[in-house]
Structures are given as structure tokens and as C-alpha cells.
Design a protein around this ligand. Structure first.
Ligand code: SAM
Length: 208
């Protein structure tokens, strides 16, 4: 099986060109996210993909360090920032332990959109996110919570993973994710789905 980096590098061009699947849900996510932003905020985005969200939200904060494990997606993001003349978004290639992330910590906010379910060790990553935030800093996340997919429903993903066509996925419930966040010292400020029946949970958590 390819590593996460190889998987995302291989699909980077197609992924970056893909239109947003659910525009209403995306807009609602951006609307809710903007409520937590301040003009001087220093923000870290994890799993930024090709940087569309960082570039979109860049006028609302001071500076964004947008990071991703895929060097291909980071290249695409840098080019997009250049094309759009955005100067307050810097791209970092690497995972949450990248030295360039450590260098700029602590942050007022961390964004993890469509990201946490892809991690192999969610508790350790949440612990790291907590460390990287200032006290009172906010983790804004959107996570596919796929614990409801039992047995047969997991087969398509498993088969795709065998053929290198799907990344690692953690089948976590929203309730478990919230408990893990609380265990790391976060207070849940909001937790909801758009639309209501979606498996994708928007959770905002503040570092106590
Ligand atoms: C589903 S995409 C989401 C991209 C973007 N946040 C969005 O909402 O469109 C997941 C992203 O996470 C990145 N990724 C996966 N595992 C990662 C890890 N361990 N550390 C950093 N980035 C990772 C992938 O390269 C990919 O760009």
C-alpha cells in the first residue's frame, strides 16, 4: 500500500481540479468558521490540500501557515497564492510534526477540514494540536465520522485501499471524537452537521 504522502501526491492534480462536492455545506462551514476569526490571528491549517480554504479565508486573519503532507498539493497551493497575489498565506510541506510548524507556534487557531479521520493516531495528533495552540486558541474541524459504517459498508473502502485508491481512514464517531478532544484539554464550543443527516461533523473546540 502507498504511504499517505504517495497516495495524495498521486492524486494531487485531479484532487485540486475537483469542484467542491457540496457547495451549500462548504459555504455554511466557511460562514461558521469566520465567526471565530480575528484580524490579527496566527492560524495553522493542517491538511490544507491545494490551499483553497486558506486563500479564501486569508482576508479575515493576520497570517496562515497552510500545511500538507503532499508536496504536489503544496506546490499547487503556492502557485495559487502567487496567482491571486495573496501574501499572508505560507505553505509548509509536512505533517503536524514539521519543524516549520513548531517554529511558528503557538497559534490562535488551527483548522483541520476533512482531515482528522485520515490520521492513524487521532489522540496523539489532538494532543499535538493542543500543544501548538495558545491558551484560549480554537481548533476548527470538519471530520467524516464513519463509525456507522459497519461490516459490508466498509468493504468498498477496504478494497480501494488494497489497490492504493483510498487513503487510511479511521472509523470514529462524532461522540468519540468530542471525548478525545475533551480528554486533551479542549472545551467543545459547537458540534453540528450541515445538512443535518450528514456523516461529516463540524466541531469547534477551545484550548482551556
Ligand atoms: C480530504 S483532503 C482535505 C483537503 C482540504 N482540507 C479540504 O477540505 O478540501 C485531506 C488532505 O490531508 C492531507 N493529509 C493526509 N494525511 C495527512 C497527514 N498525516 N498530515 C498532513 N496532511 C495530511 C492530504 O494530502 C490532503 O491534502
Amino acid at each position: 500500500m502507498p504511504t499517505s504522502e504517495q497516495f495524495w501526491d498521486a492524486i494531487a492534480s485531479n484532487y485540486a481540479a475537483r469542484p467542491i462536492k457540496n457547495v451549500d455545506a462548504y459555504e455554511k462551514t466557511m460562514e461558521r468558521t469566520r465567526l471565530y476569526l480575528k484580524p490579527d490571528d496566527k492560524v495553522l491549517e493542517l491538511g490544507c490540500g491545494s490551499g483553497s480554504t486558506a486563500l479564501l479565508l486569508s482576508p479575515h486573519v493576520g497570517h496562515i501557515w497552510a500545511s500538507d503532507i503532499s508536496s504536489r498539493l503544496i506546490e499547487i497551493g503556492r502557485q495559487k497564492a502567487k496567482d491571486q497575489n495573496v501574501t499572508n498565506v505560507e505553505f509548509i510541506h509536512g505533517d503536524i510534526h514539521a519543524p516549520a510548524i513548531e517554529e511558528h507556534a503557538p497559534f490562535n487557531g488551527i483548522w483541520a477540514f476533512n482531515f482528522i479521520h485520515l490520521l492513524e493516531d487521532i489522540p496523539a495528533s489532538l494532543e499535538r494540536m493542543h500543544k501548538l495552540l495558545k491558551p484560549g486558541g480554537v481548533l476548527i474541524s470538519k471530520t467524516a465520522c464513519l463509525s456507522g459504517r459497519h461490516g459490508l459498508l466498509r468493504i468498498p473502502i477496504t478494497v480501494m485501499q488494497w489497490f492504493g485508491k483510498a487513503p487510511h481512514v479511521s472509523y470514529i464517531s462524532a461522540e468519540k471524537l468530542e471525548l478525545l478532544m475533551q480528554a486533551q484539554g479542549f472545551e467543545i464550543l459547537e458540534s453540528c452537521t450541515f445538512p443535518k443527516a450528514s456523516e461529516v461533523r463540524f466541531i469547534v473546540a477551545r484550548k482551556l
